[in-house]
Design a protein around this ligand. Structure first.
Ligand code: ADP
Length: 398
């Protein structure tokens, strides 16, 4: 029987998971999957490490099934079908650790209460993270669970970079910049240290471009600035989120357009970004396929916003030595990478078109003044690494 760790990333309508067996070289990827459509039409697909489908299941009339029931089914399936793993712990992506929690922590009642108190800071995400922790507690009360925080990588941001130009009392109440996608950036920092230690010690922008998208300015692999702030709405334009906008727009929508806070929330999180601007899709692949000029304009705005935000981070870094692209778009989309780099050509970036088309690890030319790399992210592996560390006596406790 092989010992294993499960990584879980539980969102509002989906749960991503991965199983890692524990070998002498650390966690080895054994299986991964996604349960989508929670609340509407649940659909589970899991694959083994070679990509072979292990399960592809729909639930008949599954609209009423919540996270708990579905996790129960998922664990029952895993127990019956996976090669007899001895699951020693479950690690979770928890979106918000606030100002108090940044080391990965073994979950107990006090921690759960502390994380519950942070729900108002991330009401669309945190409750689902905690629901998964509770569901597993009820299924397996003795199984250790570890919370890994998406804000943690940014917790050393310079104090001044955490402030808004708002009254101090609001900052003291927690209305400040936190930053997100930290597990992804932490993985990228580790991978970059292995692949290119010289670049890793310098000034790098990591660009996590997926449905959610942000940039992180890293010096010697530490976050010194990032584009997401108080919430995951800030910064770049994303699949369905607006990114940075004039806050006066929010006031106008409420006072002049008669929108409620809930309407505005739905607009800014779910109906904006690539979807809102194109009126077609939030999916970059669909926009590339379209010959509608609105799709082209949405793509243009995506790359403009990315280059503009990158330029601000270059100021924070005092210059730039490298860019690392990651996540769905960053890892797979040569057109977007080239367009962003073209907008930053004033830095002396030169892209090797052939390497870029192949999603090669290095896509800049030998004489480019900035090294441009592509590194696939692996938040689930980062969670597994943290989970193991938190379970060892010296690891993880703050
Ligand atoms: P999430 O934030 O949901 O984890 P992903 O990192 O999976 O998102 O990124 C989803 C985005 O990546 C979508 O816009 C999708 O179109 C894009 N994407 C995925 N694969 C490709 C590809 N081969 N070419 C272009 N875009 C891609």
């Amino acid at each position: 029987m092989s010992r294993a760790v499960v990584s879980l990333n539980s969102g509002s309508s989906s749960i991503k998971f991965a199983l890692f067996t524990l070998g002498p070289d650390g966690p080895q990827h054994a299986a991964a999957g996604k349960l989508e459509g929670i609340g509407t039409a649940p659909h589970l697909v899991a694959r083994d490490k070679d990509g072979t489908i292990l399960i592809d299941r729909n639930w008949d009339d599954g609209s009423g099934l919540g996270h708990e029931t579905l996790l129960h089914d998922l664990f029952a399936w895993a127990g019956d079908h996976l090669p007899d793993p001895d699951i020693v712990a479950v690690g979770h992506r928890v979106v918000h650790g606030g100002t108090k929690f940044f080391h990965p922590l073994v979950v107990d009642d006090a921690l759960l209460a502390g994380l519950e108190a942070l729900c108002p800071l991330a009401p669309l995400h945190q409750p689902h993270n905690l629901a998964a922790i509770r569901a597993i507690r009820s299924l397996a009360p003795d199984l250790p669970q570890v919370a890994c925080f998406d804000t943690a990588f940014h917790h050393e941001l310079p104090e001044v970079a955490t402030r808004f130009g708002l009254p101090r009392a609001l900052h003291d109440k927690g209305i400040r910049r936190y930053g997100f996608h930290g597990l992804s950036y932490e993985y990228i920092a580790r991978a970059l240290r292995e692949a290119d230690p010289v670049l890793a010690s310098r000034r790098v922008i990591a660009a996590h471009l997926g449905n959610g998208a942000s940039l992180c300015a890293m010096r010697d692999c530490r976050s010194v600035d990032t584009t997401m702030g108080f919430t995951a709405l800030d910064g770049l334009m994303m699949g369905t989120r607006c990114g940075t906008i004039d806050p006066g727009v929010v006031i106008h929508l409420q006072t002049q357009e008669g929108m409620s806070a809930t309407d505005v929330e739905a607009l800014l999180y779910n109906q904006s970004g690539l979807l809102g601007v194109s009126g077609i899709s939030s999916d970059m692949r669909a926009l590339h396929k379209s010959d509608d000029p609105r799709a082209a304009e949405a793509i243009d705005l995506f790359t403009l916003r990315a280059a503009r935000e990158a330029s601000a981070l270059i100021f924070s870094l005092g210059g730039l030595d490298g860019i690392v692209f990651t996540a769905g778009i960053g890892e797979n989309d040569p057109v977007i990478r080239a367009a962003i780099c073209e907008r930053l050509a004033w830095l002396g970036i030169a892209i090797d078109q052939d390497a870029n088309a192949r999603n090669a690890p290095v896509i800049s030319t030998a004489d480019s003044e900035i090294v441009v790399r592509v590194i696939p992210t692996d938040e689930e592996r980062m969670i597994a690494i943290h989970t193991l560390a938190a379970l060892t006596p010296a690891g993880g406790q703050s």
